[in-house]
Design a protein around this ligand. Sequence first.
Ligand code: PLP
Length: 415
Amino acid sequence: MLSPLLTQATGVHAVKGEGAYLYGADGDRYLDFTAGIGVTSTGHCHPKVVEAAQKQVASLIHGQYTTVMHPRLLELSERLEEVMPASIDSFFYASAGTEAVEATLRLARHATERPNVIVFQGGFHGRTVGSLSMTTSKNGLRAGLEPLMAGVFVAPFPYAYHYGWDEPTAVEFCLKQFDHLLATQTAPDETAAVYLEPVLGEGGYVPVTAEFAKAIRRRCDEHGMLLVMDEIQTGIGRTGKFWGLDHLDVRPDMVITAKGLASGFPLSAFGAPRELMAKGRPGSQGGTYGGNAVSCAAALATLDVVQQEGLVENAAERGRQLMAGLQEAIGNHGLVGDVRGRGLMVGVELIDTDGNPNGGLSAKARSRANELGLLLLPCGAYGQVVRFIPPLIVDESQIDSAVETFTTALAEAVG
Ligand code: PLP
C-alpha cells in the first residue's frame, strides 16, 4: 500500500490533465491553480511538450550523463545560456530541486573554501539534509530530524506584513540584522554563500524588493560571498519576467532552476560562470538520473512554448488581473490581511479578528474552493496564505472564474 505519510492537499484523484484543467476519476473537471506546485508551466500535457517527449522516448530514454553525453543536454545548455543573466554560461543538471540546491552548496564550499551559508527566515530550499538545514518555512519539515547540517545561519527576511511595518522599515531592520549576523555568528571569511528566493515561496509568497536584493549583493561583493538565487519556484516566467531576479537588478553568482523548466518532467539545473564552476573539485557532482534525455527534450519544448506563446508576458498580464481581481473582490474583507505577489505567484494572507495568522480559515476556504472546482494550495508557516499559482497559459476567463470561486468559497468558509 501507499505510505500513509504521503497526504494530499486536495481530494482529487487525477486521471487526466489538459491545459489549466485536471480531471478526476469521477469525470469532474477542476481549474488547477496549483500547477503541480508551480511545475506545469505550459499547462498539463501541452501538445508540443508531449510530442517532444514522445519523440525522445522512441530514440533515447536514458543517456546516463557521467557515462555518455547526449545531444539534448548540450542543446539545453545552449538554450539556458541564452535566457540566463549574461555572466551565467555553464550548467549542471540533476532531477529534483533539492539536488540542485545541494550541488550549489558543494560548489560554494569548494570554490570559496569557506564552510558556512546564510539563508533567510521562511525560506524553502528542499528536504534532503543539506537543503533541509537551509529550510525554515515551517518547523514540521524539520521536526524530529535534528541535528541537521551545521554551518547554516538564518537572517530575517523583510516580510513587512508579518512585522506590521512598512517596507522600508522592514528592509532596514533586516539589513541591520544581516550585518549583525556577520559580526556575531558567521564571519564573512567563513561564509561561502547567501541563498535568496526572489519571492519567498513556501514561506508565504512575499516578493523581495530590489533595494533589499541590491544591498545583499553589495555585502556579497564586499566580503567575497557568493549570491545564489533559488529560482526553483520563481523561474521560467512565473513572476512575469523570465527570472524572478529580473525584477531585482542584481547579478547572481549562481541561479538554480527546476519545477517549470520541463513542464512536469523531473529536471533541475543550476548555472554559474564557467570560472566559478571550474573551482568545484573533479568528481564532486553527478548522479544517476540527472539531465535525463526525455526531461531535457521536454525542457527544450517548454522553452519554445514559453517563447512562442508569449507566456512570460501572459504571466505578467494575468498576474496583474489576478491581483486586481482579488483586491477588488476580497481586499476589504476583515479576515483578509494582505493580497500580494508578483506575476502568477499570488498569495492571500488570512487572519483572525485579532490579526493573527488564520490557517484554519485558509484550510476551510481552500476545501470549499476544491468542492466548487478550483484547486489551491497553502503556504506560510501556519498555512495561513492561500496561494494562487496557475499555469502560465491561464487565460482571462479562467482568472475571472478563479477569483469568483474563491470569493464564494471564502464567504462560505467564514459562514
Ligand atoms: N527551492 C524552492 C524555492 C522550492 O520552492 C522548492 C520546492 O518547492 C525547492 C527548492 C525544492 O525542490 P524539490 O521539491 O524539487 O526538491
